[in-house]
Design a protein around this ligand. Structure first.
Ligand code: NAD
Ligand code: TYD
Length: 360
């Protein structure tokens, strides 16, 4: 049995960008005991959890969600009150260059986790069974691409266009079916693009900050007029907690910040912030580092979320505006260049063996 006082929850992908923000939020409150289940791919970084690593309510376990036997053992050990499932391959460009891992983790991994959760849940009784939740964390990219107008609602049909979004859509459908067919108490969230501290510098915002201050070019795909709807990661984490704790079974929720920006607007805003906070020594603006590169194949034109359901029914609204969130993010990257270097160089793996050798 777990040596935690109950209740505990499993968070998969907790060493990633959003999962680590959620764990830092929940551990700070002291209300939940967290078991972080993460394979530690290139995107998983325990350094993002340094602030909670020694907290008595936190455990890390290095497990692949495709490993059913390891999952079964963990369910038996900890008897969790629920699962918040974030583990995934998450980068569209990588999915274009190598879709296999996306099929394996996002589809087979979600299937394996659902089956392990179902087997565990079937043996629960009373309020533990009634209150169990399997919360699947997904993306607005499953809805496809919008034209110049309109917003994604929870009722939108699924039209995924990239290998990443297709694999996430498949996992969403599995979750829906496990609820509909087997009665597994699931909830699901579909969120817009996140940004904030601890994001792996392959995604637009951290990549541009890192390249700018490293004197590298800022590659804009196509014309830079594709639109994304940005949400600060801690606002997303707060929404995830609300849904996990309060949503009725079987519900889906769209989460977004109402911050539609073209990619060029994002990059220009980042350059202006960097010009203010860490000006180039030659006096030129960072915008001079922008270059246009070939467009991403199948590049979705526009994403935008209607988040009125979660605002109305659960009382969630973002704390950060795009201006405050982006400035906080740029300041964080400027102050944490070592984190970025460690992530990129693989140095954090040494950090893991040094700090977690006894736990693996
Ligand atoms: P991330 O790539 O930063 O982190 C993913 C984590 O999952 C990593 O720690 C990785 O080690 C782990 N992982 C990967 N494969 C695994 C496996 N087989 N077994 C166990 N762990 C594994 O991703 P993120 O940006 O934090 O996204 C988290 C979730 O939120 C994903 O499901 C993603 O689809 C979804 N999402 C992300 C965004 C965004 O803008 N980043 C927006 C909406 C939804
Ligand atoms: P990204 O952060 O990869 O998220 P997603 O593809 O899931 O929306 O990309 C955000 C937008 O930025 C997307 O329209 C592609 C664009 N982009 C660039 O123009 N240049 C880049 O180097 C990257 C990584 C993305």
């Amino acid at each position: 049995m777990s040596n935690f006082p109950a209740p505990s929850i499993f968070i998969t992908g907790g060493a990633g960008f959003i999962g680590s923000a959620l764990i830092r939020l929940l551990i700070g409150q002291g209300k939940w005991h967290i078991v972080n289940i993460d394979k530690l791919t290139y995107a998983g970084n325990l350094e993002s959890l340094a602030s909670v690593a020694d907290h008595p309510n936190y455990r890390f376990t290095q497990i692949d969600i495709c490993n059913r036997a390891a999952l079964d053992k963990l369910f038996a050990e900890h008897s969790p009150a629920g699962v918040i499932h974030l583990a995934a391959e998450s980068h569209v460009d990588r999915s274009i260059h190598g879709p296999g891992d996306f099929i394996q983790t996002n589809i087979n991994g979600t299937f394996t986790l659902l089956e392990a959760a179902r087997a565990y849940w079937l043996n629960l009784t009373g309020s533990a069974k009634d209150n169990f939740r399997f919360h699947h964390v997904s993306t607005d990219e499953v809805f496809g691409s919008l034209g110049d107008t309109g917003l994604f609602t929870e009722e939108n049909s699924y039209q995924p266009n990239s290998p990443y979004s297709a694999s996430k859509a498949a996992s969403d459908h599995l979750v829906r079916a496990w609820h509909h067919t087997y009665g597994l108490p699931t909830v699901m969230t579909n969120c817009s693009n996140n940004y904030g501290p601890f994001q792996f510098p392959e995604k637009l915002i951290p990549l541009m900050i890192h390249n700018a201050i490293s004197g590298k070019s800022l590659p804009i795909y196509g014309l830079g007029d594709n639109v994304r709807d940005w949400l600060e990661v801690d606002d997303h984490a707060r929404a995830l907690q609300l849904v996990f704790e309060q949503s009725a079974v079987g519900e889906t929720w769209n989460i977004g910040g109402n911050n539609e920006k073209t990619n060029l607007q994002v990059v220009d805003t980042l350059c202006a912030l960097l010009d203010k906070l860490q000006p180039r020594t030659d006096g030129l603006s960072y915008t001079t580092q922008k270059i246009n590169v070939a467009d991403r194949p199948g590049h979705d034109k526009r994403y935008a979320i209607d988040a009125s359901k979660i605002q109305r029914e659960l009382g969630w609204k973002p704390v950060e505006t795009f201006a405050t969130g982006l400035e906080k993010t740029v300041r964080w990257y400027l102050e944490n260049s070592q984190w970025v270097s460690n992530v990129i160089s693989g140095e954090y793996r040494h950090w893991v063996s040094k700090n977690y050798g006894e736990r693996s």
